[in-house]
Ligand binder design. Sequence first.
Ligand code: MG
Length: 253
Amino acid sequence: MIVYKSPAEIEKMRRAGRIVAGTIRAVLRAVAPGRTTKDLDRVAESYIREQGATPSFLGYGNPPFPASICTSLNDEIVHGIPSPKRVLREGDLLSLDFGAIWEGYHADAAVTVFVGDPPSDEAEKLVRVTREALEAGIAQIRPGGRLSDISHAIEQTALGAGFQVVREYVGHGIGRRLHEDPQIPNYGPPGRGPELRPGLVIAVEPMVNAGGWETVLRADQWTVATADGSLSAHFEHTIAVTEDGHEVLTVLD
Ligand code: MG
């Protein structure tokens, strides 16, 4: 069941979104060779708590997620666990996923960056295309559109560049819960699923692999990686459907 949000609820989510965006900026300033993924987690948790908010991911799920952000390196797609043993190296592809709760409402966003320079033109293209896939999906969000218009635009962008989209993990509604209805696959034909209407708030999150779309779950029960060891990138925004289009609640600038 989709829970549509009132303007007052969206205002709380806008505030959560600004805190998430500020967290991203703070963590990106700390990304450098020699730092560990746990260092980045500490930066994020401190920033979120200084704003009076709560990390969305800490303690989430079963087994409880043990950190405030997800840090997924290279062939890891999503849900990587920050660790003092994971040292960032020049050329690493680093996907970072963030969530914060403000007055009971979540916002969720992700970015992928390189530690230093990209290791190859292919890796640079993967990250650029994944960002473009998110932008293409967001461009479909307007009242009267259909949910799978977003899915289709994302898939077309990725496939058109010779990449594959992850199928087992999807975008989602968001609000009082981190994951609400509807699910938003990053693939499929347009014109299907619920009609988009004001008050719907969704987290759109393309996960794009340089190789095949298949995934594996690592022994820590959280980290999702590509089955073939290829690189993967991930971008995400939390977006509200408005009367005349959409509003990105986790906008970075
Ligand atoms: Mg999400």
